[in-house]
Design a protein around this ligand. Structure first.
Ligand code: NAD
Length: 218
């Protein structure tokens, strides 16, 4: 029970990887703040019925005021934050020629700025507490490029680099920052990505199927 009584904030906890992480943390004895832009009362209620300690905060990670509110609610409930999982994310299965400015802005606001806002608030608390851990959920598409998913690749590449830079800046303060880069996982997000792509195989399996442009290396 390594997570016993650790206070963990998990964003995007209503569905997919975030919900699976919340279930695992709850089973390990963590005190959870489950965050989602959608109503996740049902999912969080089920965690509590199963014996977990969890509360739901409805918040949009791309909104500074929402993030401030969620931190205040976490502190009011549990008095500290030991772990932040930056999991909330969205997809955009398009080439840049089909991507509008507003689609780009929204994707970057959720996938990248959301990580900044939540991490900055958490780091300030963790500095005060004397340590903590942050895990960003990026993607393999933050490391290798796939077809028809350019803006998402850029956002997740940013998440990878942000984790590396934050790890350097805050290691001496006892704050560990890590990043996971999952392969495809069967979730609603993946279904939406593949249904929006004209070449789902190349979008899903970049290493095997994406054409390599001359002069580039992965
Ligand atoms: N499924 C995959 O194949 C895969 C692979 C690599 C990385 N990822 C990443 O894993 C993370 C979770 O993805 P998933 O597949 O579980 O997706 P999902 O769609 O099942 O879950 C994402 C959750 O994030 C929430 N969310 C979206 N925007 C939000 C916002 N602005 N504020 C708060 N919550 C918000 C959604 O409501 C949803 O509950 C994402 O960051 C995604 O990019 C997924």
């Amino acid at each position: 029970m390594r997570m016993k009584d650790k206070v963990a904030v998990i964003t995007g906890a209503k569905s997919g990887i975030g919900l699976a992480t919340a279930r695992r943390f709850a089973a390990e004895g963590a005190k959870l703040v489950a965050v989602d832009v959608k109503d996740a009362s049902k999912e969080v209620g089920e965690l509590v019925e199963d014996g977990g300690q969890a509360r739901f905060v409805q918040a949009d990670v791309s909104s500074a005021s929402n993030v401030e509110r969620l931190v205040q609610e976490a502190l009011a409930a549990y008095g500290r934050v030991d772990v932040l999982v930056n999991n909330a994310g969205m997809e955009l299965p398009k080439k840049i020629t089909d991507t509008t400015d507003s689609e780009w802005d929204r994707l970057m606001d959720v996938n990248l700025k959301g990580v900044l806002l939540c991490s900055r608030a958490a780091v300030r608390l963790m500095q005060h507490q004397g340590g903590g851990a942050i895990v960003n959920v990026a993607s393999e598409l933050g490391l290798v490029a796939g077809s028809e998913i350019a803006a998402y690749c850029a956002s997740k590449g940013g998440v990878v680099q942000l984790a590396k830079a934050m790890a350097i800046d805050h290691a001496a303060e006892g704050i560990r920052v890590n990043c996971v880069c999952p392969d495809p996982v069967a979730t609603p997000l993946l279904e939406a990505t593949l249904s929006g792509s004209s070449n789902p195989k190349a979008t899903q399996h970049p290493e095997q199927d994406a054409p390599q442009a001359a002069g580039t290396s992965r």
